[in-house]
Design a protein around this ligand. Sequence first.
Ligand code: PHE
Length: 503
Amino acid sequence: QPLILQTLASSPDGKIPDTRELSFNGTSLSSTEAQSVVRAVLDSLASKEMVEYKQITTTTYGLTEEGEIIAANGSHEFRVWQALPVKGAGEPIGLPDLSKLIGADIAKVGQQRAFRNKWIAKDGAGFVRAVEAPSDETADQVKEIKEKGDHSRGEAITKELQKRKLIQPRKHIHYTVSKGSQFSTEVKQLETDLTVEMLQSGAWKDASFKQYNFAAAGQPTDGGALHPLLKVREEFRNIFFDMGFTEMPTNRFVESAFWNFDAMFVPQQHPAREMQDTFYVKDPVKALRPDPEYYERVRKVHEEGGYGSIGYRAPFNRDESEKLLLRTHTTAVSTDMLYKLANQEGGFKPAKMYSIDRVFRNETADATHLAEFHQVEGVVADYNITLGNLIAFMQEFFSKTGNHKLRFKPAYNPYTEPSMEVFSWHEGLGKWIEIANSGIFRPEMLEPMGLPKGVRVLGWGMSLERPTMIKYKISDIRTLVGHKTDLDQVKKRPAVRLEKGDD
Ligand code: PHE
C-alpha cells in the first residue's frame, strides 16, 4: 500500500501508467505473480476510494518447441536448401537421403516449401540448390519474436506463425492507477456511521466516510403469517358480526369454580369438576368472593331449589366454589356476561353475544385432543324466545359456514334444558358428523342472576380446531398447535372461505 500511495503522491500527474514498472525493495513487479499481489492491494485501496484503477490486458508471443528449433537452426525449407549441393557440384539428393540427413519430418515439409519458394530444383531423381543464398524470412520472424515477444510485420504473419504452431500467445495483466476521491498517503479506516461522539468531539471533520452502496441487495425479509386457527376464527367472527352479535371479553383464562360451574347450576358433585378433567390453580389459593347476595341465591338453588326447581338437595361447599381453575369452557364468560346484563344500569336489554377463545381440559394429548383448544360460542338473550329460535339461529349461522343440512339430537347439559347436539351432513365423508352442542339455559341458572322472568337465553358452542382441521385437511391436531407445529405449513396454508362449503 505505501509503495502505490507514495508513487502516486510523487508522480507529477498523480498516475501510475503501468504497474509492471513498479519495483518493491529492489525487486521488479513485472511478473504475473507480482501483478496479482498488486491487484489485491489495489482492490483494498479502491474499496476505501483512495485509488481508482483499470486493468489492462496485453498479449505477447513466445516460441513453441518447434519455433525454438527454427530460431536456432533456420526454417525447415532452409535446412533442406542447406543440405543440397549446388547444381553440378555434387550428386543431387532425393527425399529418402534428405530424411536421413536432417530428419524425416523436417525433410518432408522443408522440401515442399523450398520447392514452392524456388530455392531448390529437381535434378534427375534428386534435388539441387536453385538460388545462391535464400533469405530465411520465417527464421527471422521467429527470432524477432523470441527476442521481443512480438514482431513488427503485421497481423497476417502472426496468424500464419500461430497456424504453423511456431509461436503461442501469452496474456499479461497489469494496471493503470490514479488517485481516488479519498486519496491520502496514509490508509485510514473509513467510517460507516456519523456518531454522536464524532459530532461532539469534532472528529467528523477529519474522518473519511464510506460511500453508501445503493446497489446492494437488502436482506430478504421474513414475513409473518397468520395461524390457520386465526384465519378460521376471522371467518367465524365475520359471520357473528353479520348476524349482529357483539364480542364478549375472553381475556380471563383463570376463572373461579363459581363462575365456571356453580353459577351455571353445575352440581358440585359433577364428574367434570374432578381433577382428572379440570386444571386447578394452586396459587392464589382462593378466588375473590362474588356479590354475597348472588352467591347466597346460587347456594340456595343448588341445595334447596327454587324458581320451580327442587335443586340438587346436596351440600354446597364454599371452598369448592372458591377454587381457581383454568376455564373449561367459554360459557363461563357467557355466564358472567349474562349476570352483568341482568344487573346493568337501566336493567336488562336483549343481547346477542359471541366469543372465540381458549379453554383448557385435563386430557391426554392424541391426534384429535389437546389439553387446550378454542371454543366458538354464541348466546342470545331476549324475551319469549323458544327452541325454534335456537334452531333458526343455528341454521342461519351454520349455513354461512357451508353446513346446510343439519340434524338435532336431544342431549344433556347440567345448565341447559332442553339441550341438543348438532349434526351436519358431511358430503366428503358421506356421514353425519357432530359439530356443536346447544341448548336453552335453565331458569335455575338465569333467575338467581336477576334476569326478568320472561327472558330466555339460548346458546351454542363448538370447537374452532375441528372446522380448521377439516378445512385444511389436517389429521393430527398436534401439527396445528404446540411444539410439533409445522411452521412452514402455517406460512403456506391459504386463507379459507367457510361459506363455500367445499370440504
Ligand atoms: N359449553 C358447552 C360445551 O362446552 C357448549 C354450549 C354453549 C352448550 C352454550 C350450550 C350452550 O360444549
